[in-house]
Design a protein around this ligand. Structure first.
Ligand code: MG
Length: 169
Protein backbone atom coordinates (compact mmCIF):
# COMPACT_ATOMS: atom_id res chain seq x y z
CA UNK A 1 0.00 0.00 0.00
CA UNK A 2 1.22 3.45 -0.80
CA UNK A 3 2.06 5.58 2.16
CA UNK A 4 -0.11 8.63 1.73
CA UNK A 5 1.39 11.26 3.96
CA UNK A 6 -0.54 14.31 4.98
CA UNK A 7 0.89 17.73 4.26
CA UNK A 8 1.64 18.12 7.94
CA UNK A 9 3.67 14.92 7.97
CA UNK A 10 5.53 15.89 4.82
CA UNK A 11 6.39 19.26 6.35
CA UNK A 12 7.75 17.44 9.40
CA UNK A 13 9.77 15.07 7.18
CA UNK A 14 11.39 18.05 5.49
CA UNK A 15 11.93 19.85 8.79
CA UNK A 16 13.83 16.87 10.24
CA UNK A 17 16.27 16.81 7.32
CA UNK A 18 16.77 20.57 7.48
CA UNK A 19 17.33 20.39 11.22
CA UNK A 20 20.03 17.75 10.83
CA UNK A 21 21.69 19.76 8.05
CA UNK A 22 21.52 22.95 10.12
CA UNK A 23 23.44 21.08 12.82
CA UNK A 24 26.21 20.40 10.30
CA UNK A 25 25.46 16.87 9.09
CA UNK A 26 24.43 15.95 5.53
CA UNK A 27 22.42 12.91 4.45
CA UNK A 28 25.43 12.00 2.32
CA UNK A 29 27.62 11.83 5.43
CA UNK A 30 25.11 9.60 7.21
CA UNK A 31 24.93 7.42 4.10
CA UNK A 32 28.71 7.09 4.19
CA UNK A 33 28.48 5.77 7.75
CA UNK A 34 25.93 3.19 6.65
CA UNK A 35 28.17 2.25 3.75
CA UNK A 36 31.06 1.83 6.19
CA UNK A 37 28.93 -0.66 8.15
CA UNK A 38 27.61 -2.65 5.18
CA UNK A 39 30.16 -2.52 2.35
CA UNK A 40 31.85 -5.75 3.40
CA UNK A 41 28.60 -7.71 3.15
CA UNK A 42 27.20 -6.37 -0.13
CA UNK A 43 29.71 -5.87 -2.90
CA UNK A 44 27.27 -4.00 -5.20
CA UNK A 45 26.16 -1.58 -2.50
CA UNK A 46 26.71 2.13 -3.21
CA UNK A 47 26.67 5.19 -0.97
CA UNK A 48 23.57 6.30 -2.92
CA UNK A 49 21.78 3.09 -1.88
CA UNK A 50 22.74 3.90 1.70
CA UNK A 51 21.46 7.49 1.46
CA UNK A 52 18.17 6.09 0.11
CA UNK A 53 17.87 3.88 3.20
CA UNK A 54 18.84 6.74 5.52
CA UNK A 55 15.98 8.78 4.04
CA UNK A 56 13.56 5.90 4.69
CA UNK A 57 14.69 5.65 8.32
CA UNK A 58 14.16 9.41 8.75
CA UNK A 59 10.47 9.03 7.81
CA UNK A 60 9.72 6.94 10.91
CA UNK A 61 7.88 8.77 13.63
CA UNK A 62 9.90 7.23 16.49
CA UNK A 63 13.09 8.31 14.73
CA UNK A 64 11.83 11.83 14.16
CA UNK A 65 10.73 12.19 17.78
CA UNK A 66 14.13 11.08 19.08
CA UNK A 67 15.95 13.49 16.73
CA UNK A 68 13.73 16.44 17.66
CA UNK A 69 14.20 15.80 21.37
CA UNK A 70 17.95 15.25 21.27
CA UNK A 71 18.79 18.19 19.03
CA UNK A 72 16.59 20.46 21.13
CA UNK A 73 18.52 19.49 24.27
CA UNK A 74 21.87 20.09 22.51
CA UNK A 75 20.66 23.53 21.41
CA UNK A 76 19.35 24.47 24.87
CA UNK A 77 22.68 23.37 26.37
CA UNK A 78 24.55 25.59 23.87
CA UNK A 79 22.44 28.54 25.01
CA UNK A 80 22.98 27.68 28.68
CA UNK A 81 19.24 27.37 29.14
CA UNK A 82 19.04 24.11 31.07
CA UNK A 83 18.86 23.97 34.86
CA UNK A 84 21.63 22.73 37.12
CA UNK A 85 22.89 20.01 37.09
CA UNK A 86 21.61 18.94 33.66
CA UNK A 87 23.17 21.99 31.98
CA UNK A 88 26.70 20.87 32.88
CA UNK A 89 26.03 17.21 32.20
CA UNK A 90 24.89 17.84 28.63
CA UNK A 91 27.11 20.81 27.76
CA UNK A 92 30.22 18.96 28.97
CA UNK A 93 29.08 15.56 27.67
CA UNK A 94 29.60 13.72 30.97
CA UNK A 95 30.34 10.12 30.16
CA UNK A 96 28.14 8.79 32.96
CA UNK A 97 25.08 10.73 31.79
CA UNK A 98 24.12 8.06 29.23
CA UNK A 99 20.67 9.35 28.24
CA UNK A 100 22.00 10.42 24.83
CA UNK A 101 22.68 6.75 24.10
CA UNK A 102 19.37 5.61 25.58
CA UNK A 103 17.51 8.05 23.32
CA UNK A 104 19.48 6.76 20.31
CA UNK A 105 18.38 3.21 21.18
CA UNK A 106 14.81 4.20 20.32
CA UNK A 107 16.03 4.77 16.74
CA UNK A 108 18.08 1.60 16.52
CA UNK A 109 15.23 -0.40 18.03
CA UNK A 110 12.99 0.23 15.01
CA UNK A 111 14.93 -2.32 12.93
CA UNK A 112 15.62 -4.98 15.55
CA UNK A 113 18.69 -6.40 17.20
CA UNK A 114 21.15 -6.09 14.28
CA UNK A 115 20.84 -2.36 14.77
CA UNK A 116 22.23 -2.52 18.31
CA UNK A 117 25.36 -4.33 17.16
CA UNK A 118 25.89 -1.84 14.34
CA UNK A 119 25.32 1.10 16.68
CA UNK A 120 27.76 -0.20 19.29
CA UNK A 121 30.38 -0.78 16.62
CA UNK A 122 30.09 2.56 14.86
CA UNK A 123 30.02 4.41 18.18
CA UNK A 124 33.31 2.74 19.13
CA UNK A 125 35.11 3.23 15.79
CA UNK A 126 33.64 6.70 15.09
CA UNK A 127 34.31 6.95 11.36
CA UNK A 128 33.67 10.02 9.19
CA UNK A 129 31.30 12.63 10.51
CA UNK A 130 31.10 10.90 13.92
CA UNK A 131 34.79 11.67 14.43
CA UNK A 132 34.21 15.30 13.50
CA UNK A 133 31.28 15.62 15.89
CA UNK A 134 33.33 14.06 18.66
CA UNK A 135 36.13 16.65 18.47
CA UNK A 136 35.42 19.17 21.17
CA UNK A 137 36.32 22.76 20.46
CA UNK A 138 36.10 24.49 23.82
CA UNK A 139 36.50 27.90 22.18
CA UNK A 140 33.05 27.50 20.65
CA UNK A 141 29.95 26.72 22.65
CA UNK A 142 28.92 23.85 20.42
CA UNK A 143 27.13 20.86 21.92
CA UNK A 144 26.82 17.56 20.06
CA UNK A 145 26.16 15.36 23.06
CA UNK A 146 22.93 13.99 21.59
CA UNK A 147 23.64 14.59 17.91
CA UNK A 148 26.55 12.13 17.58
CA UNK A 149 24.48 9.28 19.02
CA UNK A 150 21.42 10.18 16.95
CA UNK A 151 23.45 10.23 13.73
CA UNK A 152 25.21 6.97 14.57
CA UNK A 153 21.84 5.40 15.34
CA UNK A 154 20.26 6.56 12.07
CA UNK A 155 23.23 5.13 10.15
CA UNK A 156 23.01 1.86 12.09
CA UNK A 157 19.24 1.64 11.54
CA UNK A 158 19.74 2.21 7.80
CA UNK A 159 22.35 -0.57 7.78
CA UNK A 160 19.85 -2.90 9.46
CA UNK A 161 17.18 -1.89 6.95
CA UNK A 162 19.54 -2.94 4.14
CA UNK A 163 20.29 -6.23 5.92
CA UNK A 164 16.58 -6.98 6.38
CA UNK A 165 15.61 -6.04 2.81
CA UNK A 166 17.73 -8.82 1.33
CA UNK A 167 17.87 -6.66 -1.78
CA UNK A 168 21.65 -6.76 -1.91
CA UNK A 169 22.10 -10.47 -1.24
MG1 MG B 1 26.81 11.44 22.97
Amino acid sequence: MMDLRTEERQALDEYIIKKIEDRGVSLQQIGELTYFLQEKYYKDLTVDDCVHNVKAVLLKREVQNAILTGIQLDELAEKGMLDFPLQDMIAKDYSLYGIDEILAFSIVNVYGSIGFTNFGYIDKVKPGILRELDIKDDSKSVCHTFLDDLIGAVAAAAASRIAHSGKFD
